[in-house]
Design a protein around this ligand. Structure first.
Ligand SMILES: [Zn+2]
Length: 447
């Protein structure tokens, strides 16, 4: 036993040294509505001036990014992350030039940014999705609260936050749809500081958000913030930081499947930072986004040139969500109309929103496995399917630089190499549960 203990101690002390070396990032915040600039005091989510809903953005002191190989995982990109501490265990997006898929499609410069598990490529996100980028960034952000962070998720975000918070002892309440509980798998037991509540069968992500809204009304609970959290967006933006610093140039096209579209907003914001940086070109990537048929609310709004989301019937939306394989693409309240949100991003950068059926996505996943050598999760398969469609329909120039953001993959690979356990929720609530009772039961979980 003794040698093992000694090794652990050595590892631990070297980690402490690494942690001590981390220098908090210098940045402040800016309202995208009125331009007010202000410091990040305690978990700021909005402009201090009262006005229409607007995203705020982190403005980093360093205009030219320097990568930090001395930091671990995602924190290599700390120059453009609003973080004051480095947590253990993060992976990072990995970008490589495609051969197999590129050849099949006849693309000269197809770059794949892979988020997930693919040790042969240096990709070590153990929950298999780019939601880890968000979680390690959010949990590294300055936070004055000692309370319980509340996260609503359709699945992948919950898995990522559960892992990060469990490993770093950060109290967390996860709100998920029971229908997506299979997404909560882990290679070990979660720390008891993680509690999970679910809305009953038939409920979707929107219903999970409802539970989270009730939770944050309680004392001692604070919202993670979703798209409004600059750390979440800039964490997702590391996919573009990885791509641009690897390629040496801003790509012409950016392909990603969207649920809320937060990843696409983040990609656009990262692009704007690179324009300020000045060393990687002057272009804006066209945002080639995709949703999973028949659930296409963002596509429907964008196709009609609507600056706001179109009205949606709850029951029809739930049925559509039930049909799609890419459950993580099921957001009914995306940050589309908000100032600095998806409508602004698409309007500024240009681009389109495409649709892919379950069958298109399954075929695309199969192709990716054959030609590139790893499994991709259903949402990423939707992005691959839309790339294939864009090429077939001559929507893009084959000589252009194309970035394909594989937002999740290697999950089958990881599961086959590790022993996996699934969690059961601490509480399941009916869709019409009494709000006061829900809050009472949530509070009890953390007593
Ligand atoms: Zn403002």
């Amino acid at each position: 036993m003794l040698p093992e203990i000694t090794n652990e101690l050595i590892l631990e002390s070297s980690n402490i040294n690494l942690m001590n070396k981390f220098i908090p990032t210098k940045y402040h915040l800016k309202s995208l509505c009125c331009g007010t600039e202000f410091p990040d005091k305690l978990w700021e989510m909005q402009c201090p001036s009262p006005h229409q809903p607007s995203l705020i953005r982190a403005i980093y002191d360093k205009k030219q990014i320097v990568l930090h190989p001395e930091y671990s995982g995602l924190y290599r990109f700390a120059d453009w992350l609003p973080v004051e501490r480095m947590l253990e265990g993060s992976g990072e997006p990995v970008t490589f030039q495609s051969e197999g898929l590129a050849k099949m499609l006849g693309l000269d410069q197809l770059y794949i940014t892979f988020n997930g598990y693919w040790p042969e490529k240096g990709a070590f996100m153990k929950t298999g999705t780019f939601k880890e980028c968000e979680a390690y960034s959010v949990c590294g952000r300055k936070n004055g609260s000692n309370g319980v962070m509340v996260v609503a998720s359709a699945g992948n975000t919950a898995r990522a936050f559960a892992r990060v918070c469990s490993e770093n002892q950060i109290p967390l309440l996860l709100c998920v749809p029971l229908d997506n509980i299979q997404a909560l798998w882990f290679d070990g037991q979660l720390n008891p500081c993680i509690k999970i509540i679910a809305c009953e069968k038939g409920g979707d992500y929107f219903d999970a958000i409802h539970l989270s809204n009730l939770a944050v009304e309680l004392d001692g609970f604070y919202p993670e913030g979703g798209a409004k959290n600059v750390a979440r967006r800039d964490g997702m933006g590391t996919t573009v930081l990885s791509a641009v610093t690897t390629i040496g140039k801003i790509p012409d096209y950016y392909f990603q499947a969207i649920g809320s579209g937060t990843g696409a907003i983040a990609a656009w914001e990262a692009n704007l930072r690179f324009l300020d940086d000045g060393r990687f070109g002057k272009g804006k990537m066209k945002l080639m986004l995709s949703q999973n048929t028949p659930f296409l609310p963002i596509k429907d709004a964008w196709d009609q040139h609507s600056p706001i989301m179109l009205p949606m019937d709850d029951e029809i939306a739930r049925r559509q969500v039930d049909e799609i394989n890419a459950k993580v693409l099921s957001n009914r309240k995306p940050p589309y109309a908000i100032k600095g949100g998806l409508y602004d991003a698409l309007s500024d950068a240009g681009g389109t929103i495409m649709a892919a059926s379950n069958q298109d996505a399954e075929n695309a996943a199969e192709l990716f496995l054959q030609l590139e050598g790893n499994d991709v999760e259903p949402a990423a398969a939707v992005a691959v399917a839309s790339l294939i469609k864009a090429v077939n329909e001559k929507m893009i120039d084959k000589k252009s630089i194309v970035m394909l953001n594989i937002t999740g993959g290697g999950i089958d690979k990881y599961k086959s190499q590790n022993s996996i356990t699934y969690v059961t929720p601490n509480k399941v609530f009916a869709l019409d549960a009494d709000p006061a009772e829900v809050k009472h039961q949530i509070a009890e979980l953390f007593q």
